[in-house]
Design a protein around this ligand. Structure first.
Ligand code: G1P
Length: 294
């Protein structure tokens, strides 16, 4: 590794309109998944992969996110007086998790634009981007594999996952060729949210990227694409077809929870809660009875 330690960038400036009215005064990244805000899972994932410095790109209602990762002296003192060390530990955990930095996106002009806002903080070093709509099970160390792959190849690495061809229009889709390593492919082309008939494959970009800092120069001149937004996928398409750069994909087949729309969000909560030691034993039999009565 001939670069500084990886930093993580978490874009969290979307409007979250699919969850209105819950997201009227609260960023969607703060919606609870069981009992933790979605964004905390993502920060924890970065920390598990060894990243200590996390930059969150915030939009409106930023104070909720800033407060969540800051200390809450009054609440902590109350819990201390009550001797509730369990809850105190939960509150303090998110303060101490990582070295959190915040930068504003201003106008939400797309994921590519959000990532470009990280330039001053990240500098001329590779970095990870984690999208909060995709939660990766902590038992499946996707990001760790991607960071190692970056170090091996010195080129951008994205996470890909096979999806139902009927869903590919919701994702960036990749054209690929195999490499000498099982589960790692070379990306030869990328299209943002193609129609099913135009998709180069059913390999979808899921929200994990380890990016070479070259992406910043590309993003500076990336024109608005799909939806009139500056798309990270379009910048990566340019890197993928540049013979001096290149993009690789780690094909993920582990547990991913999509929290991007209401139905998937509900499924994610049920799946994660059923797996938990404190909730699963009561939830699982109830779910069976409930489903039997449907
Ligand atoms: C973004 C990216 C898309 C990627 C997806 C993964 O889209 O633009 O390429 O496949 O995240 O979740 P969004 O879901 O933010 O519209």
């Amino acid at each position: 590794m001939s670069h500084k330690p990886f930093k993580a960038v978490i874009p969290a400036a979307g409007l979250g309109t699919r969850f209105l009215p819950a997201t009227k005064a609260m960023p969607k990244e703060m919606l609870p998944v069981v009992d933790k805000p979605a964004i905390q899972y993502v920060v924890e994932e970065a920390v598990h992969a060894g990243i200590e410095d996390v930059l969150i790109i915030i939009g409106r209602n930023k104070n909720n996110i800033a407060n969540h990762f800051d200390s809450m002296p009054e609440l902590e003192e109350k819990l201390r007086q009550k001797g509730d060390s369990d809850k105190l530990a939960k509150v303090e955990h998110s303060n101490d998790l990582a070295d959190i930095h915040l930068v504003r996106q201003g106008e939400p002009k797309g994921l590519g634009h959000a990532v470009l806002r990280a330039r001053a903080h990240v500098g001329d070093h590779p970095f990870a981007v984690l999208l909060g709509d995709d939660l990766i099970d902590e038992r499946d160390p996707l990001l760790t594999t991607m960071l190692a792959e970056y170090d091996k190849r010195g080129a951008t690495v994205i996470a890909l996952m096979e999806v139902d061809p009927d869903s590919i229009h919701l994702y960036g889709a990749a054209a690929i060729e195999p490499t000498e390593t099982d589960g790692v492919v070379r990306v030869t082309g990328l299209v943002e949210k193609p129609r099913k008939e135009d998709a180069p494959s059913n390999l979808a970009i899921i929200g994990r990227y380890v990016l070479s800092p070259d992406v910043f120069d590309v993003l500076e001149h990336t024109e608005p694409g799909k939806g009139g937004e500056i798309q990270l996928t379009d910048a990566l398409q340019e890197l993928a077809t540049d013979t001096n750069a290149g993009v690789y994909g780690v094909v993920f087949s582990g547990r991913r929870y999509d929290t991007g729309d209401r139905l998937d969000y509900i499924k994610a909560i049920v799946q994660l809660a059923s797996d938990r030691e404190d909730l699963g034993p009561d939830l699982r039999p109830w779910l069976k009875d409930f489903a039997a009565g449907l």
